[in-house]
Write a protein that binds this ligand. Structure first.
Ligand SMILES: [Ca+2]
Ligand SMILES: [Ca+2]
Length: 102
């Protein structure tokens, strides 16, 4: 029995709002623990939805297989925002140190 069964919230509902939607995806990807190399460091709010303390593809698979993802018009914007946050973060970390003046 998973925590989500006990709490009566859908698998994927990271912030326990009662719905699995774009806000949850933002929350888990902001935590940035997807397939990280630190064993046993992820909680439900950080994307671990099958209770193995890791956030990886099996959690996303489980959540989307459960079919409880809620699509409202707003959510695509939220997902887009999450994506750009992630991409922006990656660009920032990859960017070589600035500071030279021309
Ligand atoms: Ca939620
Ligand atoms: Ca997991």
């Amino acid at each position: 029995m998973l925590l989500s069964d006990f709490l009566h919230v859908p698998v994927g509902d990271a912030n326990l709002s009662g719905v699995f939607n774009g806000s949850d995806l933002i929350e888990i990807f902001t935590a940035a623990e997807y397939d990280d190399e630190i064993p046993g460091n992820s909680s439900r709010a950080e994307g671990d939805w099958n209770c193995d303390a890791e956030f990886d593809s099996s959690d996303l698979l489980r959540a989307f297989q459960a079919g409880r993802y809620s699509r409202a018009s707003r959510q695509s914007q939220e997902v887009a925002a999450a994506r750009s946050t992630i991409i922006g973060h990656e660009l920032e970390t990859e960017r070589p140190a600035a500071g030279r003046s021309a």
